[in-house]
Design a protein around this ligand. Structure first.
Ligand SMILES: [Zn+2]
Ligand SMILES: [Zn+2]
Length: 537
């Protein structure tokens, strides 16, 4: 009974964990790495075609984004996920495949322009996404799901995203039973629409996320409805638009929930019937999933609305299903309006058109509602850029730039502790593995729950293997740091610096194979030696 850590170890994205039980190969999550990478992920210990089952905590791309790749590489087993997660995967994996193929086409066009014949193959295609979607096996929360001999699972709502779950796995091998829990991403309390995280019922082992394992959200409960209505009112009074860059799944639906309430309470006097445009096909699809199918995920407040016959995500003058042509026309009338569009960090998508039409207008507001990574257009705007470049044009930033605080899909340190203490007794749970956090955050959170609450906690690196029956490490790795491929400009670097950088890169590649040496690697070693022989002369 073996557990191997593959991804989101000392990192936030790319969640993936491998289990071997009774000869079956199981993955819990198979997510894509996004943004800045710190460590290389270990390869799967078996080919994807030998994986029997994948269990999915939720539909975010950093947990589910490689399912189509597994299909492409021959995986044909079942993917277990909650009903809402399965429905969200249906649209999100297709959207991801669309992005992959679009990016490949773009790169190939660029390569052709540079008379470079390299062809770039997309990570996966729409057929692969459709293939993975066909393997989804939806389950109800709280049902005991029999997967195979000695392998049963139960999904519990952890209030992070519609359908999100912690997974309890009940495992028996050679007459010995162990229970292991994967927290998935643990939600924040008081998120609109969805429930607060529910505790689970103990385990021998726990893997817990730690995204905000060193942070505390504000004590005062933010009043999002009031904050948003004030921004709308002052912008509309100036005659401008409120443009909101937003993630299509989750955050957009929260905004609609707030706006419905603003309209119901008449909080924007003088503009009661203001139009709202959701200009993102993915957001529109996701909104319909939030609407019809997902009562089991709704919190009390949202359920009460539904019982009164009110759709919590709908109101008058809400405009969905917008064609690309409509999208361009949204900005060509003077009526003040709200435009919600993706991407959330402004680095791609239709939002860029709306920014082009509104950033130069001092009447308008661009309102950020989520974290903006370093290097994105969104980050430049909140840091006060005076001009930005959009579609090759220099645009002056005259609009009000706003930021709505306190919206978070993740529990803070106290939220994680509350969830941990409600389900796990430090005397009974043999080990807590801390994953899904930034490099030092995982270590700090492990140390914190160890010192303050007495858990035996540890933050593993990718490639670490653990025997669940013997309660001991089989291999413990230190992680292979990602070596940045620095673009070397000959003008600014000496020839020797170029050589040094090439050498450092080679070391990075070598370290990557520390635990996976095989015939090919032996050949690689021979090649390096031959090359060294040649240049030593
Ligand atoms: Zn997530
Ligand atoms: Zn995550």
């Amino acid at each position: 009974m073996l557990l191997e850590f593959i991804g989101a170890d000392h990192e936030v994205t790319g969640s993936c964990h491998y289990l071997n039980v009774n000869g079956k190969n199981i993955l819990v999550d198979y997510g894509m790495e996004q943004g800045r990478k710190l460590y290389e992920n270990a390869d799967l210990p078996v080919p994807a075609s030998d994986i029997d089952y994948i269990l999915l905590t939720h539909a975010h791309i950093d947990h589910a984004g490689l399912l189509p790749l597994a299909y492409k590489k021959g995986f044909r087993g079942q993917i277990y996920a909650t009903n809402a997660t399965a429905k969200l995967c249906n649209i999100m994996l297709r959207d991801s495949a669309h992005i992959q193929t679009f990016e490949a086409e773009w790169r190939n066009r660029k390569a052709r322009r540079n008379a470079n014949i390299d062809t770039y193959v997309p990570l996966y295609t729409m057929e692969d996404a459709d293939g993975a979607i066909r393997l989804l096996h939806p389950v109800n929360y709280k049902d005991m799901v029999h997967i195979a001999d000695g392998i049963d699972a139960r999904f519990t709502d952890v209030g992070h995203l519609l359908g999100s779950a912690a997974i309890e796995l009940f495992l028996t091998e050679d007459g010995v039973s162990k229970k292991i829990v994967f927290s998935g991403d643990v939600g924040n309390i008081d998120q609109p629409i969805i429930k607060d995280p529910e505790p689970v019922d103990g385990a021998d082992y726990l893997l817990i996320e730690s995204t905000y394992g060193d942070r505390l959200h504000s004590d005062t409960k933010p009043d999002h409805v009031k904050e948003l209505s004030e921004v709308l009112k002052r912008t509309f009074e100036r005659g401008g638009n409120v443009v909101i860059p937003s993630f299509a799944v989750g955050r957009t639906q929260e905004l609609l929930y707030f706006i419905r309430e603003i309209k119901e309470q008449g909080l924007v006097g003088g503009f009661e019937d203001f139009p709202v445009y959701v200009d993102s096909p993915l957001a529109v699809d996701a909104t319909s999933i939030f609407g019809k199918s997902s009562l089991e995920c709704y919190d009390e407040e949202a359920t009460a609305l539904l019982n009164r016959g009110i759709n919590p995500l709908s109101f008058t003058n809400l405009n969905l299903s917008i064609t690309p042509d409509d999208s361009k026309n949204i900005n060509f009338d003077d009526e003040p309006k709200v435009i919600i569009s993706a991407s959330g960090m402004c680095d791609a998508g239709r939002i860029r058109h709306h920014l082009k039409h509104n950033l130069w207008r001092k009447e308008s507001t661009v309102l950020f509602v989520g974290y903006q990574s370093v290097g994105t257009l969104g980050r430049a705007l909140i840091e006060g850029a005076k001009t930005v470049k959009l579609f090759g044009e220099e645009i002056s930033v005259n609009a009000e730039i706003g930021f709505m605080t306190g919206l978070s899909g993740h529990a803070d340190r106290q939220g994680l502790i509350n969830w941990l203490k409600a389900g796990f007794d430090p005397e009974k749970t043999k080990r807590v593995f801390v994953v899904h956090g930034d490099d030092q955050v995982t270590d700090r959170f492990a140390e914190f729950i160890n010192k303050e609450y007495g858990y035996t906690a540890y933050a593993p690196f990718s490639g670490t293997r653990f025997d669940l029956i013997k309660n001991e490490f089989v291999t413990e790795t230190k992680g292979v740091a990602v070596v940045r491929k620095t673009v070397v400009h000959s003008r600014i670097s000496t020839v020797f610096e170029r050589l040094l950088s090439a050498g450092e890169r080679l070391m990075g590649v070598i370290r990557k194979y520390e635990h996976g040496a095989n015939k090919d690697i032996a050949r690689f070693a021979d090649q390096i030696n031959a090359l060294s022989d040649k240049w030593e002369k």
